[in-house]
Ligand binder design. Structure first.
Ligand code: MN
Ligand code: MN
Ligand code: MN
Length: 281
């Protein structure tokens, strides 16, 4: 069975419109699907609007991926089965969008100091109606010939620990996890291996996440080594967490996985079981 509980549309930094993304999931035979755009509910809302799947068709679950900070590290929390109209969640998402603008301003200031003028206007133009973020700065830098590709932009300027890695504006992990839980959703700690934490620090993160109301761990994110997946399953089991899986699809690319992953989580309980019970799927 193919599922996917982590994907991006053009409402954040994905290439496909929410409708096209959903259409692609259906074509790929994905049975359970979530659109989890960064810090916006717009993509998910657009895809869900008027979508009434028949028996055997792709079920769409309301989702989001929220940015936050924990112990000086930028962390992502996915919300699944959320009530899109929940006022607290909407206020939280709005504050994140404000934080994004402030952060973009700061990134631009830092890039200007390095001699790259007009970065903010450039990134804004690249973003259009999407959520402004580092990928748009990267695209602008490529278009300007400052770097040869987005990869280089992240490696030199925008990635973790570089000048564009501005996290001062994100809310705390406990706050964003709380918004998801308040909105009736399942909070999933996204791609735990991407934070490059030591085992001990990762366990501390998971412990704090659980204390904040988090109930699931993304044991598989895109392409991942089998032993890493096993390790994440053990971590989920140890903390009594549900297991989620997703491609983190943004666009068609030879280096990144397509839509749809196998719904296999070893001895863990899949997040979809709870979503079905809660009537979100
Ligand atoms: Mn992204
Ligand atoms: Mn993420
Ligand atoms: Mn993502």
């Amino acid at each position: 069975m193919l599922v996917d509980f982590h994907t991006h549309s053009s409402a954040s930094d994905g290439a496909l419109s929410p409708r096209d993304l959903l259409q692609r999931a259906r074509q790929a035979g994905v049975t359970q699907f979530a659109i989890t755009d960064h810090d916006t509910l717009a993509g998910c809302r657009a895809a869900l609007c008027g979508y009434n799947p028949g028996a055997g068709e792709t079920r769409l679950v309301a989702g989001v991926e929220l940015s936050c900070v924990w112990s000086g590290v930028t962390v992502h929390v996915v919300g699944l089965g959320i009530d899109l109209d929940n006022p607290e969640l909407n206020a939280g998402v709005e504050s994140l969008q404000q934080a994004r603008l402030l952060r973009a301003d700061k990134i631009a200031q830092r890039l200007e100091k390095l001699g790259y003028a007009n970065a903010l206007a450039g990134a804004r133009a690249e973003a259009g109606s999407s959520q402004l973020g580092r990928p748009h700065f990267a695209r602008w830098m490529v278009a300007q010939g400052h770097v040869k590709d987005a990869n280089e932009a992240f490696k030199k300027y925008l990635g973790a620990g570089k000048c564009g890695d501005v996290k001062a504006y994100w809310p705390q992990l406990a706050a964003v996890t709380g918004w998801i839980v308040t909105a009736g959703g399942t909070a999933v700690l996204a791609h735990p291996l991407k934070y490059k934490l030591t085992r001990m620090k990762l366990r501390r993160l998971v412990r704090d996440f659980v204390a904040a109301g988090g109930t699931a761990l993304e044991v598989l994110s895109g392409r991942q080594a089998v032993d890493q997946t096993r390790m994440m399953q053990l971590l989920a089991t140890e903390f009594g967490l549900l297991a989620s899986v997703g491609s983190d699809f943004h666009r068609d690319s030879p280096w990144h996985p397509g839509i749809g992953v196998e719904a296999q989580v070893g001895a863990c309980r899949g997040v979809w079981e709870q979503l079905q019970e809660a009537g979100s799927l």
